[in-house]
Design a protein around this ligand. Structure first.
Ligand SMILES: *Cc1c(COP(=O)(O)O)cnc(C)c1O
Length: 396
Protein backbone atom coordinates (compact mmCIF):
# COMPACT_ATOMS: atom_id res chain seq x y z
CA UNK A 1 0.00 0.00 0.00
CA UNK A 2 3.03 2.30 0.04
CA UNK A 3 1.74 3.90 -3.16
CA UNK A 4 -0.75 5.62 -0.84
CA UNK A 5 2.04 7.58 0.82
CA UNK A 6 2.62 11.14 -0.25
CA UNK A 7 5.97 11.91 -1.88
CA UNK A 8 8.33 14.47 -0.39
CA UNK A 9 10.56 14.92 -3.40
CA UNK A 10 10.69 18.38 -4.93
CA UNK A 11 8.99 17.15 -8.06
CA UNK A 12 7.23 15.26 -9.39
CA UNK A 13 4.70 16.22 -6.74
CA UNK A 14 1.55 14.61 -5.39
CA UNK A 15 -1.31 14.57 -7.90
CA UNK A 16 -4.77 15.32 -6.48
CA UNK A 17 -7.35 12.68 -7.43
CA UNK A 18 -9.45 15.22 -9.27
CA UNK A 19 -6.44 16.22 -11.39
CA UNK A 20 -5.78 12.60 -12.28
CA UNK A 21 -9.41 12.24 -13.31
CA UNK A 22 -9.32 15.44 -15.33
CA UNK A 23 -6.37 14.04 -17.32
CA UNK A 24 -8.25 10.85 -18.08
CA UNK A 25 -10.25 11.68 -21.19
CA UNK A 26 -11.03 9.69 -24.31
CA UNK A 27 -9.25 10.49 -27.55
CA UNK A 28 -10.42 13.70 -29.10
CA UNK A 29 -9.44 15.15 -32.44
CA UNK A 30 -6.91 17.86 -31.65
CA UNK A 31 -8.01 19.74 -34.77
CA UNK A 32 -11.60 19.90 -33.54
CA UNK A 33 -13.39 22.72 -31.73
CA UNK A 34 -13.55 20.41 -28.68
CA UNK A 35 -9.78 20.68 -28.33
CA UNK A 36 -9.82 24.44 -28.78
CA UNK A 37 -12.41 24.68 -25.98
CA UNK A 38 -10.13 22.79 -23.62
CA UNK A 39 -6.91 24.46 -24.70
CA UNK A 40 -7.96 28.08 -24.28
CA UNK A 41 -8.73 27.93 -20.53
CA UNK A 42 -5.39 26.21 -19.88
CA UNK A 43 -3.48 28.94 -21.71
CA UNK A 44 -5.49 31.73 -20.10
CA UNK A 45 -5.03 30.12 -16.69
CA UNK A 46 -1.25 29.97 -17.08
CA UNK A 47 -1.30 33.64 -18.05
CA UNK A 48 -2.99 34.45 -14.73
CA UNK A 49 -0.71 32.23 -12.64
CA UNK A 50 2.38 33.83 -14.19
CA UNK A 51 0.81 37.31 -13.81
CA UNK A 52 1.33 38.23 -17.45
CA UNK A 53 -0.13 41.39 -18.94
CA UNK A 54 1.29 40.89 -22.43
CA UNK A 55 3.16 38.25 -24.38
CA UNK A 56 2.13 34.66 -24.99
CA UNK A 57 1.87 31.34 -23.19
CA UNK A 58 3.50 28.32 -24.84
CA UNK A 59 2.72 24.72 -23.86
CA UNK A 60 5.20 22.16 -25.15
CA UNK A 61 5.04 18.37 -24.88
CA UNK A 62 8.26 18.22 -22.87
CA UNK A 63 9.57 18.91 -19.37
CA UNK A 64 11.31 21.82 -17.70
CA UNK A 65 14.58 20.92 -19.42
CA UNK A 66 12.88 21.26 -22.81
CA UNK A 67 11.61 24.63 -21.62
CA UNK A 68 15.21 25.76 -21.04
CA UNK A 69 16.09 24.59 -24.54
CA UNK A 70 13.09 26.31 -26.09
CA UNK A 71 13.95 29.57 -24.29
CA UNK A 72 17.43 29.77 -25.76
CA UNK A 73 16.95 28.24 -29.21
CA UNK A 74 14.07 30.58 -30.04
CA UNK A 75 15.84 33.75 -29.02
CA UNK A 76 19.60 33.37 -29.50
CA UNK A 77 22.24 32.60 -32.13
CA UNK A 78 25.38 30.45 -31.94
CA UNK A 79 28.16 32.34 -30.16
CA UNK A 80 25.80 34.72 -28.34
CA UNK A 81 26.72 35.52 -24.76
CA UNK A 82 24.41 34.90 -21.82
CA UNK A 83 25.08 35.73 -18.19
CA UNK A 84 24.28 33.18 -15.47
CA UNK A 85 25.15 32.53 -11.86
CA UNK A 86 25.90 28.92 -10.91
CA UNK A 87 24.94 27.94 -7.36
CA UNK A 88 23.40 24.49 -7.61
CA UNK A 89 22.66 21.55 -9.88
CA UNK A 90 19.76 23.17 -11.73
CA UNK A 91 21.51 26.47 -12.50
CA UNK A 92 24.46 24.30 -13.58
CA UNK A 93 22.36 22.17 -15.95
CA UNK A 94 20.88 25.20 -17.70
CA UNK A 95 24.40 26.59 -18.18
CA UNK A 96 25.53 23.21 -19.54
CA UNK A 97 22.60 23.15 -21.97
CA UNK A 98 23.54 26.62 -23.24
CA UNK A 99 27.16 25.59 -23.73
CA UNK A 100 26.11 22.50 -25.66
CA UNK A 101 24.12 24.79 -27.95
CA UNK A 102 27.24 26.80 -28.73
CA UNK A 103 26.40 29.78 -26.55
CA UNK A 104 29.09 31.62 -24.65
CA UNK A 105 28.05 31.55 -21.00
CA UNK A 106 29.57 34.20 -18.78
CA UNK A 107 29.35 32.35 -15.46
CA UNK A 108 29.31 33.98 -12.05
CA UNK A 109 30.47 31.17 -9.78
CA UNK A 110 28.54 31.48 -6.52
CA UNK A 111 28.83 29.20 -3.48
CA UNK A 112 26.03 26.66 -3.20
CA UNK A 113 23.59 27.75 -0.52
CA UNK A 114 23.63 31.33 -1.78
CA UNK A 115 21.27 32.88 -4.32
CA UNK A 116 21.71 34.95 -7.46
CA UNK A 117 24.36 37.60 -6.61
CA UNK A 118 22.69 40.88 -7.50
CA UNK A 119 25.75 43.12 -7.15
CA UNK A 120 27.89 40.83 -9.31
CA UNK A 121 25.16 40.65 -11.95
CA UNK A 122 24.90 44.43 -12.01
CA UNK A 123 28.70 44.78 -12.22
CA UNK A 124 28.91 42.28 -15.09
CA UNK A 125 26.21 44.13 -17.02
CA UNK A 126 27.81 47.52 -16.35
CA UNK A 127 31.13 46.18 -17.63
CA UNK A 128 29.45 44.99 -20.84
CA UNK A 129 29.61 48.36 -22.60
CA UNK A 130 28.99 46.89 -26.06
CA UNK A 131 25.84 44.97 -25.13
CA UNK A 132 27.38 41.55 -25.82
CA UNK A 133 25.22 39.87 -23.19
CA UNK A 134 21.94 38.96 -24.84
CA UNK A 135 20.19 37.36 -21.89
CA UNK A 136 20.48 36.94 -18.13
CA UNK A 137 19.48 33.45 -16.94
CA UNK A 138 18.09 33.15 -13.44
CA UNK A 139 17.04 30.11 -11.44
CA UNK A 140 14.20 31.39 -9.28
CA UNK A 141 14.27 28.45 -6.92
CA UNK A 142 17.43 26.33 -6.88
CA UNK A 143 15.92 22.93 -6.15
CA UNK A 144 19.27 21.36 -5.23
CA UNK A 145 19.90 23.68 -2.29
CA UNK A 146 16.45 25.03 -1.39
CA UNK A 147 17.46 28.59 -2.26
CA UNK A 148 15.13 31.24 -3.62
CA UNK A 149 16.56 34.14 -5.59
CA UNK A 150 15.29 37.70 -5.88
CA UNK A 151 14.12 37.96 -9.50
CA UNK A 152 12.72 41.46 -9.04
CA UNK A 153 16.16 42.39 -7.70
CA UNK A 154 17.81 41.01 -10.84
CA UNK A 155 15.53 43.13 -13.00
CA UNK A 156 16.43 46.18 -10.88
CA UNK A 157 20.14 45.36 -11.26
CA UNK A 158 19.63 45.17 -15.03
CA UNK A 159 17.87 48.54 -14.99
CA UNK A 160 20.55 50.08 -12.77
CA UNK A 161 23.17 48.95 -15.30
CA UNK A 162 21.04 50.37 -18.11
CA UNK A 163 21.42 47.06 -19.93
CA UNK A 164 18.99 45.82 -22.56
CA UNK A 165 19.47 42.04 -22.14
CA UNK A 166 16.49 39.74 -21.90
CA UNK A 167 15.66 38.08 -18.57
CA UNK A 168 15.01 34.32 -18.67
CA UNK A 169 13.74 32.72 -15.47
CA UNK A 170 13.64 29.04 -14.53
CA UNK A 171 10.55 28.87 -12.35
CA UNK A 172 10.16 25.11 -12.61
CA UNK A 173 10.11 24.53 -8.84
CA UNK A 174 8.51 27.84 -7.86
CA UNK A 175 5.69 28.69 -10.27
CA UNK A 176 2.31 27.71 -8.89
CA UNK A 177 3.64 27.44 -5.32
CA UNK A 178 5.51 30.71 -4.77
CA UNK A 179 4.62 34.24 -5.95
CA UNK A 180 5.71 34.91 -9.53
CA UNK A 181 5.44 38.27 -11.29
CA UNK A 182 6.06 37.90 -15.02
CA UNK A 183 4.99 41.46 -15.81
CA UNK A 184 6.15 43.03 -12.54
CA UNK A 185 9.66 41.61 -12.84
CA UNK A 186 9.95 42.24 -16.57
CA UNK A 187 10.52 38.56 -17.36
CA UNK A 188 11.11 37.72 -21.03
CA UNK A 189 10.89 33.94 -20.80
CA UNK A 190 9.53 32.05 -17.78
CA UNK A 191 9.87 28.27 -17.71
CA UNK A 192 7.69 25.92 -15.64
CA UNK A 193 6.92 22.22 -15.80
CA UNK A 194 3.67 20.38 -15.30
CA UNK A 195 4.90 18.04 -12.54
CA UNK A 196 5.77 20.55 -9.83
CA UNK A 197 3.55 23.42 -8.71
CA UNK A 198 0.91 22.48 -11.29
CA UNK A 199 0.43 19.07 -9.59
CA UNK A 200 0.25 17.13 -12.87
CA UNK A 201 2.23 14.22 -14.25
CA UNK A 202 5.42 15.18 -16.09
CA UNK A 203 5.00 15.92 -19.78
CA UNK A 204 4.43 19.62 -20.32
CA UNK A 205 6.90 22.48 -20.43
CA UNK A 206 4.91 25.60 -19.63
CA UNK A 207 6.35 28.93 -20.77
CA UNK A 208 5.48 32.59 -20.74
CA UNK A 209 7.23 34.66 -23.40
CA UNK A 210 7.36 38.45 -23.73
CA UNK A 211 6.94 40.49 -26.92
CA UNK A 212 10.68 41.16 -26.74
CA UNK A 213 11.45 37.42 -26.72
CA UNK A 214 9.10 36.90 -29.66
CA UNK A 215 10.80 39.72 -31.57
CA UNK A 216 14.21 38.16 -30.85
CA UNK A 217 13.12 35.18 -32.98
CA UNK A 218 13.54 37.26 -36.13
CA UNK A 219 17.32 37.22 -35.79
CA UNK A 220 17.85 34.12 -33.61
CA UNK A 221 19.66 31.47 -35.65
CA UNK A 222 19.93 28.51 -33.27
CA UNK A 223 18.17 25.55 -34.91
CA UNK A 224 14.68 24.76 -33.69
CA UNK A 225 11.73 22.84 -35.08
CA UNK A 226 9.74 20.97 -32.45
CA UNK A 227 10.05 23.88 -30.00
CA UNK A 228 9.56 26.73 -32.48
CA UNK A 229 7.43 29.39 -30.78
CA UNK A 230 6.20 30.90 -34.05
CA UNK A 231 4.94 27.56 -35.33
CA UNK A 232 3.15 27.17 -32.02
CA UNK A 233 1.63 30.64 -32.09
CA UNK A 234 0.48 30.27 -35.69
CA UNK A 235 -1.36 27.07 -34.80
CA UNK A 236 -2.70 28.50 -31.53
CA UNK A 237 -4.31 31.31 -33.48
CA UNK A 238 -6.34 28.61 -35.24
CA UNK A 239 -7.18 26.95 -31.92
CA UNK A 240 -4.77 24.07 -32.40
CA UNK A 241 -1.27 22.71 -32.18
CA UNK A 242 1.39 22.24 -34.87
CA UNK A 243 1.51 18.53 -33.98
CA UNK A 244 -0.33 16.10 -31.73
CA UNK A 245 -0.72 17.69 -28.28
CA UNK A 246 -0.86 15.76 -24.99
CA UNK A 247 -4.58 16.41 -24.73
CA UNK A 248 -5.06 14.76 -21.33
CA UNK A 249 -2.34 16.84 -19.72
CA UNK A 250 -3.79 20.01 -21.16
CA UNK A 251 -7.24 19.12 -19.81
CA UNK A 252 -5.59 18.38 -16.47
CA UNK A 253 -3.73 21.69 -16.53
CA UNK A 254 -6.95 23.66 -16.90
CA UNK A 255 -8.40 21.77 -13.94
CA UNK A 256 -5.25 22.14 -11.81
CA UNK A 257 -5.38 25.90 -12.34
CA UNK A 258 -9.04 25.85 -11.28
CA UNK A 259 -7.94 24.20 -8.04
CA UNK A 260 -5.23 26.82 -7.46
CA UNK A 261 -7.66 29.66 -8.18
CA UNK A 262 -10.47 28.14 -6.10
CA UNK A 263 -8.08 28.18 -3.16
CA UNK A 264 -6.84 31.61 -4.29
CA UNK A 265 -3.26 32.07 -5.50
CA UNK A 266 -2.38 34.20 -2.48
CA UNK A 267 -3.70 31.47 -0.18
CA UNK A 268 -1.74 28.84 -2.11
CA UNK A 269 1.45 30.85 -1.58
CA UNK A 270 0.62 31.42 2.10
CA UNK A 271 0.00 27.69 2.52
CA UNK A 272 3.40 26.88 1.06
CA UNK A 273 5.08 29.43 3.30
CA UNK A 274 3.39 27.96 6.33
CA UNK A 275 4.18 24.35 5.39
CA UNK A 276 7.81 25.31 4.77
CA UNK A 277 8.05 27.16 8.06
CA UNK A 278 6.81 24.06 9.90
CA UNK A 279 9.51 22.00 8.19
CA UNK A 280 12.12 24.55 9.20
CA UNK A 281 10.93 24.46 12.83
CA UNK A 282 11.24 20.67 12.74
CA UNK A 283 14.77 20.63 11.43
CA UNK A 284 15.81 23.26 13.96
CA UNK A 285 14.43 20.99 16.69
CA UNK A 286 16.60 18.20 15.23
CA UNK A 287 19.62 20.46 15.73
CA UNK A 288 20.01 20.85 11.98
CA UNK A 289 19.58 23.79 9.61
CA UNK A 290 18.61 24.56 6.03
CA UNK A 291 21.46 24.51 3.53
CA UNK A 292 20.40 28.00 2.38
CA UNK A 293 22.74 30.40 4.12
CA UNK A 294 20.22 33.01 5.31
CA UNK A 295 16.49 33.20 6.02
CA UNK A 296 15.77 35.55 3.10
CA UNK A 297 16.92 32.72 0.81
CA UNK A 298 14.81 29.96 2.37
CA UNK A 299 12.67 28.32 -0.26
CA UNK A 300 9.02 27.71 0.45
CA UNK A 301 8.94 24.70 -1.90
CA UNK A 302 11.96 22.60 -0.91
CA UNK A 303 14.30 22.44 2.05
CA UNK A 304 17.76 20.93 1.73
CA UNK A 305 18.53 19.79 5.26
CA UNK A 306 22.21 20.27 6.14
CA UNK A 307 23.43 17.23 8.03
CA UNK A 308 26.02 16.92 10.79
CA UNK A 309 29.29 15.16 9.98
CA UNK A 310 28.87 11.41 10.03
CA UNK A 311 25.25 11.53 8.80
CA UNK A 312 24.75 10.66 5.14
CA UNK A 313 21.57 11.98 3.55
CA UNK A 314 21.57 9.33 0.85
CA UNK A 315 21.36 6.62 3.55
CA UNK A 316 18.26 8.30 4.94
CA UNK A 317 16.63 8.61 1.52
CA UNK A 318 17.33 4.97 0.67
CA UNK A 319 16.04 3.72 4.01
CA UNK A 320 12.88 5.83 3.80
CA UNK A 321 12.16 4.32 0.39
CA UNK A 322 13.00 0.72 1.22
CA UNK A 323 11.58 0.46 4.74
CA UNK A 324 8.70 2.95 4.80
CA UNK A 325 7.86 3.49 1.13
CA UNK A 326 8.35 7.24 1.40
CA UNK A 327 10.34 9.36 -1.07
CA UNK A 328 12.66 12.20 -0.06
CA UNK A 329 15.20 13.90 -2.31
CA UNK A 330 18.91 13.01 -2.23
CA UNK A 331 21.64 15.60 -2.29
CA UNK A 332 22.87 16.31 -5.82
CA UNK A 333 26.35 17.16 -7.06
CA UNK A 334 28.60 18.76 -4.51
CA UNK A 335 26.06 18.32 -1.70
CA UNK A 336 25.56 14.58 -2.37
CA UNK A 337 25.33 12.86 1.03
CA UNK A 338 25.66 16.19 2.87
CA UNK A 339 21.96 16.98 2.68
CA UNK A 340 18.65 15.31 2.14
CA UNK A 341 15.81 17.29 0.64
CA UNK A 342 12.23 17.60 1.75
CA UNK A 343 9.99 18.75 -1.07
CA UNK A 344 6.98 20.69 0.17
CA UNK A 345 5.36 21.99 -2.99
CA UNK A 346 2.22 21.29 -4.87
CA UNK A 347 -0.69 19.40 -3.37
CA UNK A 348 0.21 19.18 0.32
CA UNK A 349 -1.35 19.79 3.72
CA UNK A 350 -0.14 20.10 7.33
CA UNK A 351 -1.15 16.52 7.98
CA UNK A 352 0.83 15.22 5.02
CA UNK A 353 3.93 17.18 6.00
CA UNK A 354 3.75 15.86 9.56
CA UNK A 355 3.77 12.31 8.22
CA UNK A 356 6.92 13.07 6.24
CA UNK A 357 8.67 14.59 9.23
CA UNK A 358 7.70 11.59 11.35
CA UNK A 359 9.10 9.23 8.72
CA UNK A 360 12.36 11.16 8.50
CA UNK A 361 12.69 10.87 12.29
CA UNK A 362 12.13 7.12 12.20
CA UNK A 363 14.87 6.79 9.59
CA UNK A 364 17.26 8.93 11.62
CA UNK A 365 16.64 6.78 14.70
CA UNK A 366 17.08 3.60 12.60
CA UNK A 367 20.39 4.95 11.32
CA UNK A 368 21.57 5.65 14.87
CA UNK A 369 21.62 9.41 14.42
CA UNK A 370 21.36 11.56 17.53
CA UNK A 371 17.63 12.28 17.34
CA UNK A 372 14.72 12.19 19.77
CA UNK A 373 11.63 10.72 18.09
CA UNK A 374 8.87 13.29 17.89
CA UNK A 375 11.07 16.33 18.49
CA UNK A 376 10.77 17.79 15.00
CA UNK A 377 7.19 16.65 14.60
CA UNK A 378 6.27 18.40 17.87
CA UNK A 379 7.88 21.65 16.75
CA UNK A 380 5.96 21.54 13.48
CA UNK A 381 2.74 20.58 15.28
CA UNK A 382 3.05 23.58 17.59
CA UNK A 383 3.56 25.85 14.62
CA UNK A 384 0.75 24.36 12.55
CA UNK A 385 -1.82 24.31 15.34
CA UNK A 386 -0.92 27.89 16.24
CA UNK A 387 -1.34 29.14 12.70
CA UNK A 388 -4.10 26.96 11.21
CA UNK A 389 -7.13 28.79 9.93
CA UNK A 390 -10.39 27.07 10.61
CA UNK A 391 -11.56 25.39 7.42
CA UNK A 392 -15.10 26.48 8.22
CA UNK A 393 -13.94 30.09 8.33
CA UNK A 394 -11.89 29.68 5.16
CA UNK A 395 -14.94 28.38 3.32
CA UNK A 396 -17.16 31.22 4.55
C1 LIG B 1 12.81 20.01 -11.86
C2 LIG B 1 13.58 21.19 -12.28
C3 LIG B 1 14.06 21.34 -13.59
C4 LIG B 1 14.04 20.24 -14.61
O1 LIG B 1 12.82 19.95 -14.99
P1 LIG B 1 12.45 18.57 -15.73
O2 LIG B 1 10.99 18.72 -15.79
O3 LIG B 1 12.92 17.45 -14.85
O4 LIG B 1 13.12 18.58 -17.04
C5 LIG B 1 14.65 22.52 -13.93
N1 LIG B 1 14.80 23.50 -13.04
C6 LIG B 1 14.41 23.40 -11.77
C7 LIG B 1 14.62 24.54 -10.84
C8 LIG B 1 13.78 22.24 -11.35
O5 LIG B 1 13.37 22.12 -10.08
Amino acid sequence: MSFQNPVFIPGPTNIPDSVRKACDIPTIDHRSPAFARMFKPAVEGVRRVLKMTEGEVILLPSTGTGGWEAAVTNTLSPGDTVLAARFGMFSHRWIDLCQRHGLNVQIIETPWGQGAPLAAIEAALKADKTGTIKAVLATHNETATGVKSDIGGIRRAMAAAGHGAMLFVDGVSSIGSMPFEFAGWGVDVAVAGSQKGFMLPAGLAILGISPKAIAAMDTARLPRTFFDFKDMLTSYARGGFPYTPPVGLIAGLAHAIDLLEDEGLENVYARHHRLAEGVRRAITAWGMSPYAVSPDLYSDTVTAVKLPDGCNGTDLVQLAASKYGVAFGVGLGEVAGKVFRIGHLGSLTDVMVLSGLATAEMCMADLGWNIRLGSGVAAAQEFYRGTARSLALAAA
